[in-house]
Design a protein around this ligand. Structure first.
Ligand SMILES: N[C@@H](CCC(=O)N[C@@H](CS)C(=O)NCC(=O)O)C(=O)O
Length: 219
């Protein structure tokens, strides 16, 4: 049985979402990343990067949240998994696309709108990041104008990987009305029962006790 390490208020949420969609039994160890659980020696043996999430499944130890989802979909998925090599390529394309073209920039916007303590937020940094997101958001919007989900007419791991990264959009109150098909798809994905706790999670992000620790946790 797979074991997922990582508090639900972290990128582990992506994997919890997928595991719940799969409906398979799994163990969950809610390793915390704000108060040092991710730096404990036994956790570092699983992920020397000191980051959550990590998945173990038999002898396999896997980190990187989006890779974990691609693995789980292939290993246990039926309808969520890519159906053939072409869909496999497309699921990887969208997962790498969201990790490289969207995640970091969206994170910078969110840090400056929401995550950083108020004194450290810079509106100009947030505005610049949001301007940079216009290009990938237009690409995604145009893609979804032609189809209901990223790989076509069915919901797959590719939707979970992209929508879970983009769940920061409503958290930070980013205006995406210029991308109506993307916004509609994102709302539809995040409203799925298996993802539903993202709202509670997003709005109860725990704050470390001091401003210095808060900043450190985001580095
Ligand atoms: N690219 C990694 C990023 C993992 C990551 O940064 N996790 C955060 C929590 S969401 C973490 O563990 N931060 C603690 C730290 O950086 O010390 C993934 O997608 O799994």
């Amino acid at each position: 049985m797979p074991t997922l390490y990582g508090h639900a208020m972290s990128r582990a949420h992506r994997n919890l979402w997928l595991l719940r969609e799969l409906g398979i039994p799994f163990d969950h160890v809610p390793t915390d990343f704000l108060h040092g659980g991710n730096k404990a020696p036994d956790f570092l043996l699983l992920n020397p990067n000191g980051k959550v999430p990590v998945l173990t499944d038999g002898d396999l130890v896997l980190y990187e949240s989006l890779a974990i989802n691609l693995y789980l979909a292939r290993r246990y998925g039926t309808k969520l998994a890519p159906a053939d090599a072409a869909e496999d390529g497309l699921a990887m394309q969208w997962s790498l696309w969201v990790a490289t073209e969207v995640e970091k920039t969206l994170f910078v916007a969110c840090e400056n709108l929401f995550f950083f303590p108020e004194a450290h937020r810079r509106q100009d940094e947030a505005d610049l990041a949001l301007r940079k997101l216009d290009r990938p958001f237009r690409v995604l919007d145009a893609h979804l104008r032609q189809r209901a989900f990223l790989l076509g007419d069915r919901f797959t791991v590719a939707d979970i990987n992209v929508a879970s990264v983009m769940s920061l959009v409503p958290v930070a109150g980013v205006d995406v009305s210029a991308y109506p098909d993307m916004a509609e798809w994102l709302g539809r994905c995040l409203a799925r029962p298996a993802a539903d706790d993202w709202k509670t999670i997003a709005f109860t992000v725990p704050r470390p006790p001091t401003e210095a620790a808060w900043m450190q946790s985001l580095m």
